[in-house]
Design a protein around this ligand. Structure first.
Ligand code: ZN
Length: 241
């Protein structure tokens, strides 16, 4: 009896651990997320990211006569990116979650376009995330052969530059893994983009591809490829943090 009494509590603890581990593994396999108690183990846990899907509402951004609008691609990739970053444990804030222009949020300029950009910068500065990502699609009407991702950062932010380099490399990989040959690029220091000049946290403007290139346009409209781009950016963020 004496011996048994000593063994029972240890055995119970083992059973409890077994149940707990099974639940943890099951939850992870089922949802691809750790149990809340293991949340601190998620790679982007404790990080806040603002995703800014460019344009919206009256402002369609780059477009093509086949009906493709940049604003829709930006928002669709933003939702996919939000999902994958949250699975990695990050807290994600979107500057817009529907098809709208953000100019109504302030009265700081006479220009509707400027008010929209100010609203986005205001959100980024108020949330004060670890990083922000502004999603766009490029256009180059005079050179339809131009294609692939381009990432812009603020010249005097070394952190933004490092982030831009990692994202540029992973996005190029995403294109390659989709069987595409894109020209290798370095990210661009750009001091004229309003968002980059008017925000405090490190961040980048990501041109996901070219609206004016037929193959890019086909890929950018494709749900699987949008997921691929989102995963590539998430991969770069895990490397960054
Ligand atoms: Zn744009």
């Amino acid at each position: 009896m004496g011996k048994n009494r000593g063994k029972v509590p240890g055995f119970r603890i083992l059973i409890l651990l077994f149940v707990f581990a099974t639940a943890a593994i099951f939850t992870f396999l089922k949802t691809n997320r750790p149990l809340p108690v293991f949340w601190f183990l998620a790679p982007l846990s404790g990080k806040t990211v603002v995703i800014d899907p460019g344009h919206g509402g009256i402002d369609g951004g780059a477009y093509h006569s086949d009906g493709t609008l940049e604003k829709h691609i930006n928002l669709s990739v933003a939702f996919r990116l939000k999902a994958v970053l949250e699975k990695n444990g990050a807290k994600v804030v979107l500057t817009r979650t529907k098809d709208e222009s953000l100019d109504y949020k302030n009265n700081k300029s006479k220009s509707r376009h400027k008010r929209d950009l100010i609203a986005r910068a205001d959100i980024i500065n108020e949330v004060n995330p670890d990083i922000y990502l502004s999603l766009h699609v490029n256009a180059e009407k005079n050179s339809p052969a131009a294609r692939g991702p381009m990432v812009f950062y603020y010249r005097s932010s070394p952190e933004s530059r490092r982030l831009a380099e990692l994202i540029q490399a992973r996005l190029e990989e995403a294109y390659k893994s989709a069987g595409q040959s894109v020209r290798q690029r370095s990210p661009y220091p750009n001091s004229t983009l309003f968002l980059l000049c008017n925000t405090t946290p490190p961040g980048v403007v990501i041109e996901l591809g070219f609206m004016t290139n037929a193959e890019d346009r086909r890929l950018l409209r494709n749900a699987d490829f949008q997921n691929k781009l989102a995963s590539a950016i998430a991969h770069a963020l895990r490397e960054y943090f």
